[in-house]
Design a protein around this ligand. Sequence first.
Ligand code: ATP
Ligand code: MG
Length: 410
Amino acid sequence: MYRLKNADFDAFLVGGAVRDLLLGVKPKDFDVATNAQPEEIRQLFGNCRLIGRRFRLAHVHFGRDVIEVATFRAGHTDAQEDHHNEDGMILRDNVFGSIEEDAWRRDFSVNALYYNIKDFSILDYTGGLEDLEKRRMRIIGDPEIRFREDPVRMLRAVRLAAKLGFNIESETDNMIQEMVSSLHAVPSARLYEEVLKLFLSGYAVPTFKLLRHYGLYEQLFPGSENVFCYEERKHPLAMLELGFENTDKRVAQGKPVVPAFLFAVILWSKMQLNYEHRRAKGQSGFESFQGAARETIVSQLSEISIPRRHTTQVRDIWNMQSRLDNRKGKRPLRLVDHPRFRAAYDFLLLRTQAGEPLQELCDWWTDFQVADEDTKNTMIRKVRSTTKPPRHKKRKPRRTDNSENADKPV
Ligand code: ATP
Ligand code: MG
């Protein structure tokens, strides 16, 4: 900002960083708004890259940090219809403007505060300081128009309210309730990015509650509310809540969080239900599992484009649930070396915590991982002897379609 100022440009800290600093929260990233144009910014900074097609932005690199430097942009008047599609969604947003115009095109008043290094003041065009004091998210301008322009703002309202412990102001709140279904119009690739922010930013638990409250969760993960409705299965909801709690804890501890684990948790009950339908229709365990996993993932992809490398991992985690139960011979020894073992084991723990009767299996794997070679072999032998059929009992004939547990999600 000082370098821009010394070159006679205006430069302000803006957005989430100002909001967070005023609240005493550590900002996640820093955004700078300036009247310098992208090319002019580039000339001032050697460590600068211009990015974006829709918005031309400068990314200024300082070591591992990136500061986003954007030229003031104007919003749109109705006369500029060519900037919107027939649903009113913004297609282009690259008209340079004044600082005040820049403020009005931002999403929420608390996100439109500008910190001026010239006199250390805050510029507030949209009533953001008052909203910050009242701890509320208020969309700038006409809520209907602003949410129509970009339905992702509904998710941003929820995410930031959850993170900051803010309320959502009543007109903003009413309009979200009315417009939930417009989320459909958002490209699935953008929704994927937003979903990661919703659940991997350390506030997944309160975010999940708010998303469900508005019916946004159902929009993102269709059919999920149906699964929650199965009263006799109390696990689905418990498993999600515990999963989100774990994720939040890991984020707080600075531990890595894996998108695939998250999606495996979110989609698990739906996959299981699908599996059971298939079994009831007479499909084999193997067929049912493969079909249920594929169908669950494919139907989710039409909403949120989860990259293939993650969906492969989701399947692995699910697939390994039955393999964890199958502890014959050398299998457990091979399984612990599987690159996805840790995730699959964590997943098993989560299912158990959520109320599935798997405690004994969990304990076995907990001990097995840390045991020495001899103990491991003893443990495997013990499993075999307890699972052996009693000697004199007549064996049932093997059914071809159900002969192995191997492919059945337990
Ligand atoms: P976070 O703490 O997650 O970084 P943030 O508010 O800084 O929150 P960013 O995605 O970094 O969110 O966006 C920076 C700023 O850009 C926002 O504060 C807001 O002013 C503006 N902005 C971001 N997304 C939108 C949007 N969809 N519509 C209008 N303005 C937006
Ligand atoms: Mg930010």
